[in-house]
Design a protein around this ligand. Structure first.
Ligand code: OVM
Length: 396
């Protein structure tokens, strides 16, 4: 196809670019609405308008051929395709069951339990004084709070849930050394996770059991119910853990912004959205063109994969202004793409937001001093972004 698009030999999956992707994102955005990545032979989109419009047009840019670089219409999927790798009309039935369970009322009912555990966790970190913001704080909350909400056994969560999620999110990127490492670590967790998707292992009052009620009602099949609980346990842990860590890191590195939040905890919500924008936990994934299309002046062929970078779009100066690289809690960052956009936009978003809101409101209310005691260690992953460790000190 005759196409004049700037070419780049940047490797977005090279370790140095995963650790600091922003100079590369600036180059790619400056080059034009799309760049051709020579190494991967794929069109990549880094602007807010490009990523947003691709995600909104779910008929042209489909999910059914997979949301990683592999085209599942031609290659075998590594596991049964779930809600995210499905298009309407099948997607619609699955999505309806999910939104019904994760309804405003269903989510409101979780607040009390989340608050009890947030109080307990903030007590614990205040007792410690010095801690790791990742392993002692960010990882702990979703494993306990979200695990209880879904209704899975407490035993086994630590060893299984995060390696399992990291493996899943790795499938949104190429099969390089990092991918192989996360798959090796994740493989032994699959059995535990799949066993906990079965109705007999889910506690009767949790979100998982509520999904199964939709199978009883004939709205989805038992296989789809299993896949929806799998989606909760695959997508709902690592993402929120990293979002909590990234918010914490933004506040640690911007003491003036922490001061604003502490003085007025109503800024907690803005502090979270601004961190999701600036350091998006889920950086990149793919769509597949279902037809030949002229997109923003670029011809794309039916069957072609496109790579989108919400993590880059969220720093687009056209959308966010010249200070897009700054962490500023007074910004109205709500329109970011960290949860995606369109019909596949993160369905668990209200739960993730509630977890973070409760946790950071408790922190802002009870902690006066929040300061780094060392350099954060990056979490290196093909599609996820965050910190492996965040040494810090807190005081009441
Ligand atoms: C799944 C799933 C769904 C959405 C996101 C995701 C790791 C996984 O069906 O297991 O991310």
């Amino acid at each position: 196809m005759a196409r004049t698009v700037p070419t780049s030999d940047d490797d977005p999956y090279a370790v140095e670019n995963l650790i600091d992707p922003y100079p590369m994102f600036d180059r790619m955005r400056a080059a034009g609405p799309a760049v051709w990545l020579d190494r991967y032979e794929v069109l990549a989109f880094t602007s807010d308008a490009g990523v947003r419009d691709i995600l909104l047009d779910y008929r042209t840019f489909i999910n059914g051929a997979g949301v990683g670089p592999k085209n599942l219409h031609h290659e075998q999927a590594w596991r049964p395709q779930g809600i995210l790798e499905t298009d309407p009309p099948m997607h619609t039935a699955m999505r309806t069951a999910m939104t019904d369970v994760i309804s405003p009322r269903g989510v409101r009912a979780l607040r009390e339990q989340f608050q009890l555990f947030a109080d307990e966790l903030v007590d614990r970190v205040l007792d410690k004084g010095e801690l790791d913001g990742s392993s002692d704080f960010a990882e702990v909350f979703p494993i306990r709070a979200f695990g209880d909400a879904v209704g899975i056994p407490r035993e086994g969560r630590e060893e299984n849930l995060l390696p399992h999620g990291a493996m899943n999110f790795s499938a949104f990127g190429p099969e390089n050394d990092l991918h192989r490492q996360y798959f090796e670590r994740g493989e032994p967790t699959r059995e535990w996770v799949m066993a906990n998707c079965a109705r007999e292992n889910l506690s009767p009052d949790g979100l998982g059991a509520q999904i199964w009620e939709h199978a009883d009602a004939g709205e989805i099949t038992p296989d789809q119910a299993t896949l929806l609980v799998r989606a909760m346990l695959s997508a709902g842990l690592d993402s929120t853990v990293l979002a909590i860590g990234n918010t914490l890191r933004c506040l640690l590195e911007n003491p003036d912004q922490w001061a604003i939040v502490r003085e007025n905890p109503r800024y907690v919500k803005f502090a979270i959205d601004e961190a999701l924008r600036l350091e998006s936990p889920f950086q990149s994934f793919y769509r597949t063109a279902s037809v030949d299309v002229d997109f923003h002046g670029i011809p794309i062929a039916a069957g072609e994969k496109v790579l989108v970078f919400p993590g880059a779009a969220n720093r687009d100066t056209e959308k966010w202004g010249q200070d897009a690289d700054r962490y500023r809690v007074e910004r109205q960052a709500g329109g970011h793409l960290a949860f995606g956009m369109g019909i596949h936009q993160c369905v668990g978003q209200p739960i993730s937001r509630l977890e973070m809101d409760v946790l950071f409101t408790t922190l802002a209310t009870r902690v006066a001093t929040l300061e780094p005691t060392g350099t954060p260690e990056p979490y290196v992953h093909n599609t996820l972004r965050g910190s492996k460790s965040l040494p810090l000190r807190v005081a009441a």
